[in-house]
Design a protein around this ligand. Structure first.
Ligand code: ZN
Length: 397
């Protein structure tokens, strides 16, 4: 997380403080290296955090085998839920205490990685999840953590935030601390082959939303832009490829790398209004995160495009994979970007209207009120009010 205050806004020369915390190990069959990597970190008793779907895919059993062969003791916690709540984290903490572990390995999507991070906060620093809402609230050291993503989406493996929903209010709490970041992220494209199409679609759209939002935030800087632009180049041409051929390992690998680079971009420049608008949709209607973000993103891009600096930043982003060319005009580039996003959403077979997902018009004022309070809205390049969110939801209805 970039701690520098009073950065000059809207400048690629904005100050930044990037401290790489996560060793990135990428490659086909890199899962085979986790025994050796665990030993490098001095791990002895691991809690392997995962979910029932991933257990069915067989990845945790393979990981346990590799870790045990390397002499590590492993306990499995396989009760991770989608959009993990404080209750789910609490159960994970119980399992970790019972097993007396010294480290975490998460295999799965963002939910597994976030549950492991959330558990790490409470196990090492005590209290409850709400105590760590915000940045750098943990005062004591945390246990080493290895992240092994099986989706190409959240980028949680490359950033220090755990997104945990309050069990009662369903409000998503972003709990970030440099100590919560994975020590190692193992990116094995083969692990992403097992995703059902719906998961590929929702996580892929989320990854693309991450690069689009990080490329324009108030906090954007030379480092985050490098990650966002590279992430965009890797994901945009390859999401259609994985839809047409789910076993295309090269396209899967590019998606996985792109999602990880997007995570690094988030760590350095935060997110924006599409994520702020999506969170209340997930909280009230259970709409999957990637779908909620995807539905709001084209509307947010058009809204932000009214800001001249954001318009230029979008045009530069769209030029990276040659969706557009800045010299053809900024407005044309913005339109080309929005058209591309809409094509990707159609390929992902996602509903494009909030009404199709059961959202009622009468709920829009309440949703807008909550969206305007989201922390991530404060990083949006164009100031955005509750009224603006109301208009965005109406446009998306
Ligand atoms: Zn997201």
């Amino acid at each position: 997380m970039n701690q520098t205050s009073e950065l000059p806004q809207f400048s690629t020369l904005a100050a930044f403080d990037h401290h790489p915390r996560t060793r990135l190990v990428f490659g086909v069959d890199s899962l085979d290296r986790i025994g050796e990597l665990g030993r490098d970190l001095g791990l002895k008793k691991v809690l392997l955090v995962t979910d029932p779907g991933i257990v069915q895919a067989g990845h945790p059993a393979r990981a346990v085998n590799i870790l045990q062969t390397a002499g590590l003791a492993v306990t499995i916690f396989d009760k991770v839920e989608e959009n993990p709540t404080t209750k789910c984290v609490g159960e994970c903490v119980e399992a970790a205490r019972r097993a007396g572990i010294d480290s975490f390995i998460a295999i799965g999507g963002g939910s597994a990685m976030d549950t492991a991070k959330g558990c790490n906060f409470i196990l090492t620093n005590g209290g409850r999840m709400q105590d760590y809402w915000g940045i750098a609230k943990a005062t004591k050291p945390m246990l080493p953590f290895i992240a092994i993503p099986t989706t190409a989406g959240t980028g949680s493996e490359c950033q220090s935030f755990a997104l945990i929903a309050d069990e009662k209010t369903h409000e998503k709490m972003a709990c970030g601390d440099p100590k919560a970041a994975a020590k190692i992220a193992v990116l094995d494209p083969k692990l992403t082959l097992s995703q059902p199409r719906r998961v590929t679609a929702c996580t892929g759209i989320d990854a693309i939303a991450h690069v689009v939002e990080t490329a324009v935030t108030k906090r954007r800087n030379a480092f985050s832009l490098m990650c966002a632009h590279e992430g965009f180049k890797l994901t945009v041409p390859n999401l259609p490829r994985v839809f047409s051929n789910p076993d295309d390992l090269e396209a899967r690998g590019r998606m996985q790398l792109g999602a990880a680079f997007a995570g690094m971009a988030i760590e350095n420049s935060m997110l924006g209004a599409a994520h702020a608008a999506a969170n209340p949709l997930t909280a009230h209607y259970g709409i999957i995160h990637g779908q909620a973000v995807g539905m709001m993103l084209p509307h947010v891009v058009r809204f932000n495009g009214k800001d001249p600096d954001a318009l230029k930043a979008y045009a530069e982003l769209a030029s990276a994979p040659e969706i557009a060319c800045v010299s053809d005009g900024l407005d044309e580039a913005l339109e080309a970007l929005v058209r591309w996003l809409e094509v990707l959403l159609d390929l992902a077979q996602m509903p494009r209207s909030l009404a199709d997902c059961g959202v009622e018009q009468s709920m829009i004022p309440a949703l807008a009120r909550e969206a305007a309070k989201q922390w991530t809205a404060t990083f949006n390049p164009r100031p955005i009010s509750e009224d603006d969110f109301r208009r965005l939801y109406h446009a998306a209805l």
